[in-house]
Design a protein around this ligand. Structure first.
Ligand code: PLP
Length: 406
């Protein structure tokens, strides 16, 4: 049976399961328990207990919030006035929409098939049901074309432009987005869910100086608990607060807030910066190795934590590749690529991320081995010898780089 210990997670959804395991590994006494919920509860309780003991006068809730705000200030902020803490991705979007838009207003976001996210105006999501969603995409080379986006925005005159992606391997120019938003008098929302860890580590430019709203999940490259946060400029502070409560959310999840505080404190350290630099280096090496094995990379490479493979040249769908790799212990996400003719459940690509294997301590040399294993599986479908070889590579890496000792 495959477990977290015996497979290589290169996917960007299960990342949060591995984040939790990483935090468990910081508390050896919990390793035997191996219960994710207990681990979260432990972190939360430990933090809240410390907070409570630290002062007899302040309520624990206040202290937690103050600590979180301080850490956030250290983390990214240049000019944002407020932080709000929300449950997850859809919640933070709904809060911003609630604060900045009226039902029926226009949203322009990156298309789902182009690397965007459901919440950026997709018709089946609340963002595309209650608002009028339009999408921009990437050019035939796989890059955002800011001049095209500008033309589209001036024609559509949306009230909100969303920058940010789920599967875009290149640096995003937030300043260019801000210029476009200014020109067509739209609000700019940057969803940095995927790259927040890179931004905190200054490995990717920060959107904070350029956007009215910046949202993020805390469970992707930030390597924290499942949840979200919103940063905004001062004039929107009151509206965002009211949009979160009583607008869309009930009482705060204090255990998650405590875990977010721990995650953000970590994100301010030099160790975290080194980790993110390695995440990016690993993705770049893995991309090059795959390219040398004949794979097509969308945009020809990567600047961040992920590689997007277009498998059409290999004659395999994303869905089939996901299952084939899973069979040898490699976990990836199927993903649409620009111009995809397959439906979203099938897709023509896979998205491969390096944050988790980097947390396990893997570096460039191991990326070469992983690239080779992926090549054996996807370039020689049905070849049992190659499959066995790929399995051996995966198992050796898992033994050499344990999730936690013991
Ligand atoms: C760019 C982006 N924004 C938002 C989200 C939503 O996050 P959640 O999983 O908390 O709903 C995701 C999740 O994949 C994402 O990729």
């Amino acid at each position: 049976m495959l477990t977290l210990r015996s497979c290589l997670i290169l996917d960007l959804y299960l990342i949060c399961a591995m984040n939790l395991t990483y935090h468990i590994s910081l508390f050896p006494e919990l390793i035997r328990v191996q219960d994710a919920f207990l681990a979260t509860a432990f972190l939360a309780t430990a933090f809240l207990a410390t907070a409570f003991l630290a002062t007899a006068f302040l309520a624990t809730v206040f202290l937690t919030a103050a600590f979180l705000a301080t850490v956030l200030a250290v983390l990214v902020l240049v000019a944002a006035a407020l932080t709000a803490v929300v449950f997850a991705g859809v919640a933070f979007f709904t809060a911003v929409f609630f604060a900045a838009l009226k039902p029926g207003d226009r949203i322009l976001g990156m298309g789902l098939a182009q690397g965007g996210h459901l919440t950026h105006g997709y018709h089946a999501n609340i963002s595309g049901r209650y608002y009028e969603g339009f999408s921009y995409g990437v050019n035939p080379d796989g890059f955002l074309d800011y001049e095209e986006i500008r033309k589209q925005a001036l024609e559509l005159r949306p009230q909100l432009i969303i920058a940010g992606a789920s599967a875009y391997p290149r640096v995003i120019d937030f300043e260019a987005f801000a210029d476009i938003a200014r020109e067509c008098e739209a609000h700019l929302l940057v969803d940095m869910a995927h790259i927040a860890g890179l931004v905190a580590a200054k490995v990717h430019p920060s959107p904070v100086p350029h956007a009215n709203f910046v949202t993020s999940t805390t469970h992707k490259t930030l390597r924290g608990p499942r949840g979200g946060l919103i940063l905004c400029r001062e004039p929107f502070a009151k509206k965002i607060n009211s949009a979160v409560f009583p607008g869309i959310q009930g009482g705060p999840l204090m255990h998650v807030i405590a875990a977010k505080a721990v995650c953000l404190k970590e994100a301010g350290t030099e160790e975290f910066r080194c980790y993110q630099l390695q995440v990016v280096k690993n993705a770049s090496v893995l991309g090059e190795v795959l390219k040398n094995h004949g794979f097509t990379l969308v945009s020809g490479g990567t600047d961040n934590h992920l590689v997007l493979l277009d498998l059409r040249s290999k004659g395999i769908t994303g869905c089939a590749a996901e299952l084939m790799l899973d069979d040898v212990g490699i976990t990836v996400n199927k993903n649409m690529v620009a111009g995809d003719t397959q439906p979203p459940q099938v897709t023509s690509g896979v998205r491969i991320g390096t944050p988790v294997v980097t947390t396990r301590g893997m570096r460039e040399e191991e990326m070469e081995r992983i690239g080779e294993a992926v090549h054996f599986v996807l370039s020689y479908p049905g070849d049992q010898g190659k499959l066995e070889e790929a399995r051996r590579i995966v198992q050796k890496l898992c033994v050499d780089f344990p999730v936690y000792a013991g």
